[in-house]
Ligand binder design. Structure first.
Ligand code: CDP
Ligand code: MG
Length: 706
């Protein structure tokens, strides 16, 4: 999309006469608002009557009126497609109806969600509605976090987790109903689930299958499931006025902030704002700018509660977005795509849509996967707008022009399966004994090229042999709920005698990107603390290991975290993940072993998983080029190696912002590539073309055992 010129001081003008001028927000002529006071206490009192209110609320949901018809249809058909507007009660109510109707006496009800946050928050809500403790009758299961017990009969889970359950229970015998929810999202795992559940439904006539989606275009699902009937829940959606900017916005963050503040000060009290952003970082930035500007506006404006929601947000804070704003105050929810259809937040009257989201993209030519910010589809933009018209007429402010909308946005998002690295699903399918991927029942098949790439990658990792059959290494790798490259690093750590170190690093990498923080007033201290972990100067993986070990030595102390500017939350999560990886090690019979400070061993194990992510410093002295893909990449400024710029590196992942950045970067010796991955790299790949830097490669050692 054309974003105009950056840096201009522009007027933010929407069509239909809704003109927001930036200076208005900065000026102090704002209407006086009432402040929230004792209303807060009242809201707390209301908690006492929560249960009764919850039950009343349930009855107002569109799905409630159709409860009997729905149960009849489920009884009659094995597979049913359910379509209903977001907020109609599909996710929270249908599993409860199934429970009441007795389905859970025969087995659990699974309800899959593409997003972790949705799985958790919906489970919390349903446990509340049923008046039961979370994790008992109602629970959730997401990667590295299982909040279920033997009592659990309604299980919300990510689609990826259900996929993993197939590995242990190929017929899903312990389930009576599978609800594949948010089917329209077409995530990679959901698409694979479609094929798998369709298959087991054939030989398990007792199993009920519900495919639930928020889009009206359900025929595709019906066709795929052998003309399964479609059950439609009529929506209740009010008129939504859509406003576009007259000119493209140069800086959508700034435009979003201005729009939110304008809405807050100019629109009558009542009616919350929902702003769509692309990720945690962006949400945190906007939160900070909003707070600053609100402070600038002083007490003359009504209170604006800022509620962020993204995957890594602590559960306590997630709940905050559902709490109504106290009287006189307004709430602005800063959300990722999650609020598009997965979560319904009541009381939203205004939606601000910059028109972007973060997507995974896969370059088939180079075999590289990256996260990038891309324009949303028309379907997404319409879903976003719809969020404002749930409880009354709403308004949606699109921070792009109508021309952009019509001409530049695709109708629909390309399903993830057609833009992802498939190594992980191919490995899972192979483990399930599905060898012939060409005849797997895909709703939209992936490009043959990506399947071949995945097979090649798994072969290079030693997970498959030359006939494409699963090896012992592959079987072991599949036990870990991690990317195949990371699983391979763990399996390889046995050979290098450093399984303790590698699972620590794997846990830190899986616990989230936010390990360090950097408060504005203590940046110098924070940076110094951070440098301390990089003392060995060999890269971010070893630094992560150092952080974890130092924290462990401190007795897992919160105080230590504060002193070292390390996020305690991330560390606690890493510890949980590590415990689980430790028991998985035992399961694949890898003995715990430590290289006792030999970082080369650890780096070699990492390289055994990530050799495809090897890059070499180019002659310009700042950019890198991936050894095989020949793509130009850069070290992310947050990396400890960003100053040192080692000649050869291996990286964890790529993120595309202004440039293609490598995150979590470790220095590598080029001869390791030939030694560790001899069927991927040849001597000529790592030989030095400029004589100045000549370095003789050692004879390749024996390949790692498989
Ligand atoms: O799945 P669908 O979009 O059809 O609706 P739902 O997620 O079942 O939501 C129904 C209602 O439950 C929403 O209108 C919210 O009021 C409420 N809800 C909530 O308060 N907290 C949640 N975590 C989820 C839903
Ligand atoms: Mg839902």
């Amino acid at each position: 999309m054309d974003r105009g010129r950056p840096g201009d001081d522009y007027e933010l003008v929407f069509d239909d006469g809704v003109d927001f001028v930036r200076s208005m927000v900065m000026a102090d002529t704002v209407p006086e608002g009432e402040t929230a006071g004792d209303e807060l206490a009242e809201a707390r009192d209301a908690k006492a009557t929560l249960q009764r209110e919850l039950q009343d609320e349930r009855k107002t949901l569109p799905v409630f009126k159709l409860k009997d018809d729905l149960l009849k249809a489920i009884d009659k058909y094995q597979v049913l497609i359910i379509v209903g507007e977001t907020g109609s009660g599909k996710t929270t109510q249908i599993p409860q109806y199934l429970h009441q109707a007795g389905y859970t006496a025969k087995g659990k009800v699974a309800c899959t969600q593409p997003r972790r946050v949705a799985a958790m928050s919906v489970a919390v809500r349903v446990a509340q509605e049923m008046g039961v403790k979370l994790g008992h009758k109602v629970g959730y299961s997401i990667r590295f976090e299982d909040c279920t017990s033997e009592k659990t009969v309604i299980k919300y889970m990510t689609d990826g987790m259900l996929l993993r359950e197939f590995l242990g229970e190929p017929d899903l015998a312990s389930y009576s109903v599978i609800v594949v929810d948010e089917a329209h999202e077409r995530t990679l795992s959901t698409d694979i689930l479609f094929g798998l559940v369709k298959d087991i439904a054939r030989f398990r006539p007792d199993l009920k299958l519900l495919i639930s989606s928020a889009t009206l275009n359900a025929d595709k699902f019906s066709d795929f499931f052998d003309a399964a009937p479609i059950f439609r829940i009529p929506g209740r959606r009010y008129q939504v006025d859509i406003h576009y900017t007259r000119a493209p916005e140069a800086d959508y963050i700034d435009a979003a902030v201005v729009t939110v503040l304008q809405l807050h000060v100019t629109q009558p009290a009542g009616g919350d704002i929902l702003l769509f952003l692309t990720g945690q970082e962006e949400i945190e930035t906007v939160e900070e700018i909003l707070r600053q500007r609100l402070r600038g506006l002083g007490a003359k404006v009504a209170e604006l509660l800022i509620c962020p929601i993204y995957a890594n947000l602590p559960t306590e804070l997630q709940a905050k977005i559902f709490e109504p704003a106290p009287a006189g105050a307004r709430k602005v929810v800063l959300a990722t795509n999650i609020a598009e259809t997965s979560l319904t937040i009541d009381g939203i009257k205004y939606v601000v849509d910059p028109g972007f989201c973060k997507v995974r993209s896969y370059n088939q030519r180079t075999g590289m996967e990256s996260l990038l910010v891309a324009p949303v589809s028309k379907a997404s933009a319409d879903q976003r707008a719809g969020r404002s018209g749930r409880t009354g007429p709403g308004k949606c402010f699109r921070l792009y022009t109508e021309y952009n909308f019509r001409k530049d946005l695709d109708d629909d998002m390309v399903p993830e399966i057609q833009r992802s690295n498939l190594a992980s699903v191919v490995l899972a399918l192979k483990t399930l004994g599905i060898n012939d991927l060409v005849s797997f029942d895909f709703m939209d098949p992936p490009a043959a090229e990506s399947v071949i790439r995945a097979l090649e990658e798994l072969f290079a990792l030693g997970a498959l042999n030359s006939r494409g059959e699963l090896t012992k290494t592959g079987r072991r790798m599949a036990e870990f709920p991690l990317d195949p490259m990371l699983s391979k690093a763990i399996v390889a750590s046995e050979m290098y005698g450093c399984s303790e170190e590698v699972i620590t690093i794997a846990s830190m990498l899986s616990a989230g990107n936010a390990v360090f923080y950097r408060p504005k007033d203590k940046q110098v201290h924070a940076d110094a603390a951070r440098r301390g972990f990089h003392a060995d100067n060999v890269g971010d993986h070893i630094a992560l290991l150092n952080v974890y070990n130092a924290w462990k030595e401190s007795g897992y102390s919160p105080q230590w975290c504060r002193e070292n500017f390390v996020q305690q939350r991330t560390m606690r999560r890493a510890r949980d993940v590590r415990d689980q990886l430790e028991s998985l090690l035992e399961r694949v019979e890898i003995a715990p072993c430590s290289s006792a400070g030999d970082h080369d061993a650890v780096r070699k194990a990492i390289t055994a998983g990530y050799f495809r992510h090897a890059a070499r410093l180019q002659r310009d002295g700042s950019s890198y080029r991936s050894v095989k893909g020949r793509q130009t990449v850069f070290i992310h400024p947050s990396s400890g190696t960003a100053q040192a710029l080692p000649p050869w590196v291996v990286y964890h992942d790529l993120v595309l912002t202004t440039k293609e950045y490598m995150r979590q970067v470790t220095e590598l010796k080029p001869e390791w590539l030939v030694e560790i991955a001899p069927h991927y790299y040849e001597r000529k790949d790592v030989e030095q073309p400029h004589p100045k830097a000549e370095e003789h490669t050692t004879r390749p050692a024996a390949p790692p055992s498989r």
